[in-house]
Design a protein around this ligand. Structure first.
Ligand SMILES: Nc1ncnc2c1ncn2[C@@H]1O[C@H](COP(=O)(O)OP(=O)(O)O)[C@@H](O)[C@H]1O
Ligand SMILES: [Mg+2]
Length: 308
């Protein structure tokens, strides 16, 4: 097996009674990769994470996490992963420091005090370490919950909706923190409903609804669904301009929107120069040329609606 693949999932399924929550999912995640798991409520994201963290057993299929096989080496898996769940069980009466040292001890962390201090500082909670967690804001609790998942330096991390319900400032801080985590060569699976967040953080994204609807990089998902479009901003769009553009057989579509020509192309890098030349020769005054960027939200909605 490829050593850099820290998570390998092969036709993994899970039923709860008659509900097929996860339906033959297959994918893998490399060291140093953030892998986004997206899908509507009830799509099976949390169930997938719980199976991969060896918290529940699959109904069928196989998976390896940190090269340990789920169902066979669950103890080793639980020790080598960090899981941030939707409702992290922190002890409200205990201080931030005590919460962490309690978990560090359970996880047999060698240098408990050192690790607790390291993560309290990294997440900006050091000054508040003696305060009871019950008095913390949602953002601070979430930071503490993330610190807790990292104390034993797991090489695989599962973050289930890490920024949901946080204010923009706390969410941004956590996103920055998560981005830094991957540089340590961890494999990270992140479930989120925030599509801009997934777009910015994730190297690849799986859209699931029980089964896998799509899996690729955010850029490739956009291109597959919408193709590529180039926008020419012109001082004025004259009638002849669309004709000039349509004469090229590599042009897939042309739309005029205000002062813009929006042109569908497979390979803008190759074909833009010829278009620019022809338009200029035809009298166009080109102000800007750029690529139309679709929002990941459009891609997601298209995928989920197609599956209906
Ligand atoms: N412990 C459980 N018992 C019964 N049904 C469950 C259980 N956990 C999840 N489910 C069902 O499995 C499906 C997937 O749930 P979940 O994995 O929580 O989805 P997501 O995290 O994508 O919102 C849902 O239909 C949910 O009701
Ligand atoms: Mg969930």
């Amino acid at each position: 097996m490829d050593d850099s693949k820290l998570i390998v999932v092969d036709e993994l399924s899970k039923s709860f009674g008659r509900v097929l929550a996860v339906d033959k999912l297959s994918f893998s995640v490399q060291a140093g990769e953030i892998f986004g798991l997206l899908g509507p409520n009830g799509a099976g994201k949390t169930t997938t994470v719980r199976m991969l963290g060896a918290l529940i057993g699959p109904s069928s299929g196989e998976a390896w996490v940190n090269h340990y096989q789920i169902g066979r080496q669950d103890q080793q898996i639980r020790r080598s992963v960090g899981i941030l769940t939707e409702s992290p069980g922190l002890y409200d009466q205990l201080s931030a420091e005590r919460n962490l040292s309690f978990y560090a001890t359970i996880y047999d962390v060698e240098d408990v005090n050192g690790q607790v201090e390291r993560y309290l500082r990294l997440l900006g909670l050091w000054e508040r370490r003696h305060e009871a967690v019950g008095t913390f804001s949602k953002g601070m609790r979430q930071k503490l919950a993330i610190a807790r998942t990292l104390l034993h330096e797991p090489s695989v991390l599962f973050l289930d909706e890490p920024t949901s319900g946080l204010d923009p400032q706390a969410a941004r801080m956590l996103r920055g923190f998560i981005a830094d985590l991957k540089s340590d060569g961890r494999a990270i699976i992140m479930c989120t409903h925030n599509l801009d967040e997934a777009d910015r953080l994730c190297d690849r994204i799986a859209v699931i609804r029980g089964n896998l609807l799509a899996l690729d990089t955010p850029t490739a998902l956009r291109r597959k669904l919408f193709g590529r479009k180039v926008v020419f901003h012109l001082r004025d769009v004259e009638e002849g301009f669309t004709k000039i553009v349509e004469n090229f057989d590599f042009v897939q579509s042309v739309e005029v929107i205000d002062h813009k020509l929006v042109i569908g192309l497979d390979e803008p890098e190759m074909h833009n120069p010829a278009l620019v030349r022809a338009l200029v020769e035809g009298g166009a005054e080109i102000q800007f040329v750029g690529e139309l960027r679709r929002r990941l939200e459009d891609v997601y909605l298209q995928l989920v609606n197609q599956a209906d």
